[in-house]
Design a protein around this ligand. Sequence first.
Ligand code: ZN
Length: 218
Amino acid sequence: MMNKEEALVVFSGGQDSTTCLFWAIRQFKKVYALSFLYGQKHQKEVELARAIAQDAGVEFEVMDVSFIAQLGQNSLTDTSMVMDEEKPEGSFPNTFVPGRNLFFLSIAAVYAREKGINHMVTGVSQTDFSGYPDCRDGFIKSLNVTLNLAMDEQFVIHTPLMWIDKAQTWALADELGVLDLIRNKTLTCYNGVMGDGCGHCPACKLRREGLEKYLSTK
Ligand code: ZN
């Protein structure tokens, strides 16, 4: 029997998924957070995620899916690769991890089913579209149908950030009362620097520009 008042958040401890975690806490009676080890260079992000989840009183679990790093090359898991700072014309930046959200959400669905949870939340957005096809709305809707067919369940995948940009994501964090927490305790930076980050990687630039834009409109 599925519990309609519980949700599972795919949770990395970054700005987006932390905003989603607190969004879910407001929407649902009980929230679970699931993090993944996929061979990322900065595995401490999982420990930051655990700390945020514990402080928020959310049940937290980590799944080891490091086989993803063995399947293909990308600069988030391969220490010998230099990270693309800009999106190359006509292709994805090498920070793209092929299949990542496909694996994460599929594993999350099986995990959710075991726990009797039918709501799942993910922080993907196609507004700040970095070239990642598995962050787009069409993919999420398609996978939602597939997961339901695969397990004969009625999962609902929520994407609260799908149509909002980084400035609006900061606005949402502020509305949820967690702007400072997200600003200081999350890790979005590709170079593994917490809070405001290294300042020059693509993730830091996007995050900072969004924050400046939001703060200037307050
Ligand atoms: Zn950075």
